[in-house]
Design a protein around this ligand. Structure first.
Ligand SMILES: Nc1ncnc2c1ncn2[C@@H]1O[C@H](COP(=O)(O)OP(=O)(O)OP(=O)(O)O)[C@@H](O)[C@H]1O
Ligand SMILES: [Mg+2]
Length: 404
């Protein structure tokens, strides 16, 4: 483990109990060093807070804009203790901390959202059980821990379907599409770790997400839902607001708030949903943190998803999740996305964001670009491409794999 600033140089340790709202200059500990932590730390800095990052990777995006850093594995008890000692409250941008690690952190400092929330979102089976128990519809699903259970699920739920690992999946990794019975055994053999989850394939009209913030007092603030398009399993484009009927948007906000309430959430939560061909909403997954589909809120809203997250964690009043503009956000992914950078920074009207990653590996989110439109004037399909200029997706942008 390495830690900066070293404990001897640090300002006097905080009070034994953390006061809320956090006073200015208090330190928020963030687990995870990626772009979500970076943008959270920038929002925290504007509110007069310091962020201290726990990450495995020296130089990772969040560390570049943070006041303090602990470089360590997420499971080393001595490092978790040193991290907790350096901060007043703990939050996350990376969810896969071990249960023991979470318990240790929670025994030392307030953890927001609580470890219980992370345990649910870490595991797709726990997540689906929780959603259904909260009255939120999902695709039909079954937990699968053997090949027999997989055949049984395929018989009961039917094909096509998606088979996923229950843990550690992101950006479409750890998933296989099942079209025919012959796909079952190879997919079961290929996916690890077990158990897996079998989900009926949703023939969706579009994918949307809603981001809601919830404070310790139970107040909630939910952005209008946005429409998301994926490419190669990775979020490519977000349109805000989603072009769905107002009743659908209202139902999506209601689902997000219901889930945040049921989790007793403190922080921000994103709910990814499918809108099926009949207009029905099916929840896909939840993320108890700021979400890629909410990046546009930095530029289009008085208080972004990152600011609302920090406000909730710090115990500051939540502000309404309003926007002063409509927006289109496109991710800059991998070497191809990074290659667009010189043109993107030169294009008037494009708002550029780069995350400071050293290595532009394929599939890696390097940055994003946002374009704003006056409220109510999000353009149609061709207008979006024109407005993104050099950052416009190629005409084949809609990943056919995403629609089955
Ligand atoms: N049951 C399903 N029916 C239809 N499409 C699905 C289903 N499950 C997943 N997909 C497609 O695959 C994408 C990625 O799935 P999911 O969100 O579960 O995984 P992920 O790896 O956690 O992704 P991310 O990190 O991008 O959110 C979804 O956004 C959707 O396009
Ligand atoms: Mg997802």
């Amino acid at each position: 483990m390495t830690q900066f600033p070293p404990p001897s140089d640090r300002r006097p340790a905080g009070l034994a109990t953390t006061p809320f709202p956090l006073p200015p200059n208090a330190t928020i500990g963030l687990v995870g060093g990626g772009q979500l932590g970076r943008m959270s730390a920038l929002a925290a800095a504007r509110l007069g807070y310091r962020c201290h990052i726990l990450t495995r990777e020296p130089g990772s995006p969040a560390t570049q804009v943070a006041a303090g850093v602990t470089i360590s594995d997420y499971s080393d008890p001595a490092s978790l203790r040193a991290f907790a000692a350096a901060v007043d409250v703990i939050s996350f941008e990376f969810e896969n901390v071990s249960a023991e690690g979470l318990d240790l952190l929670a025994s030392l400092k307030p953890v927001r959202p609580s470890p219980d929330v992370l345990r649910i979102s870490q595991d797709r089976v726990a997540e689906k059980q929780f959603l259904n128990a909260a009255g939120v519809a999902t695709a039909p699903w079954a937990a699968v821990d053997s090949l027999d259970a997989l055949y049984d699920a395929a018989r009961r739920i039917g094909l096509p379907a998606v088979l996923k690992t229950t843990r550690y999946g992101y950006d479409g990794k750890g998933q296989a599409r099942l079209h025919a019975e012959a796909d079952l055994a190879p997919a079961f053999a290929a996916l690890a770790p077990k158990p897996l989850i079998f989900e009926g394939f949703v023939d969706f009209a579009c994918e949307i997400s809603a981001v809601v913030a919830r404070g310790a007092d139970g107040a909630t603030s939910c952005f209008d839902p946005m429409e998301n398009r994926h490419r190669d399993g990775i979020l490519d484009l977000t349109l805000a607001p989603a072009r769905v009927p107002e009743a659908t948007a209202a139902a999506a906000r209601e689902i997000a708030i219901r889930i945040a309430d049921a989790l007793n959430l403190i922080g921000v939560l994103a709910v990814e949903m499918f809108v099926d061909r009949t207009g029905r909403l099916l929840a896909n997954e939840i993320a108890p943190r700021p979400h890629n589909s909410g990046h546009w809120t930095i530029d289009a809203c008085p208080a972004s998803q990152f600011e609302l997250h920090i406000r909730a964690v710090a115990g500051l009043p939540l502000l309404p999740a309003t926007r002063h503009a409509d927006a289109v956000m496109r991710n800059l992914v991998g070497p191809d996305g990074l290659a667009l950078w010189p043109a993107v920074v030169a294009a008037p009207g494009l708002i550029p964001h780069l995350y400071g990653k050293a290595d532009a590996r394929p599939g890696r989110k390097m940055g994003h670009v946002t374009r704003l439109f006056p409220r109510g004037s999000l353009p149609g399909e061709f207008g979006i491409a024109a407005a993104l200029g050099p950052a416009a997706p190629a005409p084949d942008a809609q990943d056919p794999g995403e629609r089955g």
